[in-house]
Design a protein around this ligand. Sequence first.
Ligand SMILES: Nc1nc2c(c(=O)[nH]1)N[C@H]1C(S)=C(S)[C@@H](COP(=O)(O)O)O[C@H]1N2
Ligand SMILES: [Mo]
Length: 260
Amino acid sequence: MKFSLWRKDNAEAVVTEARALIQKQLPQVSRRRFLARGLTLGGVGLLSGCVIDNNATAEAALTRISQFNDWAQGKLFDPSQLAPTYPDAMITRPFPFNAFYGEDQAPQIDGEAFRLEVSGLVTRKRPWSLRDLRDLPQYTQVTRHICVEGWSAIGKWSGPRLGDFLVMIGADMRARYIGVHCSDDYYTSIDMATAMHPQTLIALDWNDAPLPPKYGFPMKLRIPTKLGYKNPKHVQAIFVSNTFNRGYWEDQGYNWFGGS
Ligand SMILES: Nc1nc2c(c(=O)[nH]1)N[C@H]1C(S)=C(S)[C@@H](COP(=O)(O)O)O[C@H]1N2
Ligand SMILES: [Mo]
């Protein structure tokens, strides 16, 4: 199948055609679903003049769309814009579980022994205990978690602000990324503006009690301005850096920006 994308009058048809092509040609189900949905008129516009006629070209084009989306979303992200919050009565019960493994395989972490590791462009690198984190001002938020797999759920999380924590550890605010490594080997990274966002929490509690293991004990980053896969559970280490370390799902084709 071939199509050319410079005919603006035909843009809708092109998007439909592009979606069909992607669904036919990209083998990985998750990637196919995500990218097919992420493909917008703006994204296709980027491809002007490009003829997609095989798998490799489709992949390259999609990578470019994805990079374009990251760039555009970064530009559009307003650090003062707040994600909607909800009353307790709207909390989803039971709250869904998701991970790249089954619910019974969630890591079991010893909270007493746990120390959050801090590294990279920070002046104070001492590890943090859960008690240390609870000594920071705590915030509670009821927000919607949106997963690219097609579900969303409203949940309640509490803990210190990641921004307050970054200030406490003397993070270099000019650094571009905050990388996160989890004890189940999951990983992701966010931009500094998102890290400093007032709603970005180091969540220690879920529904007013310590996070249950399946929801990320001993801590997760709750970022209501980001999609589910950019909300890492079982956080073990945080590093402040200018070196890009994408993320577990991001490395498999999901957008790095992942705004919700
Ligand atoms: N450590 C870790 N964090 C993770 C994941 C994971 O597999 N491991 N999955 C992500 C995805 S895709 C989603 S939708 C949410 C699910 O969080 P929940 O179990 O609290 O609903 O966790 C995110 N954070
Ligand atoms: Mo997800």
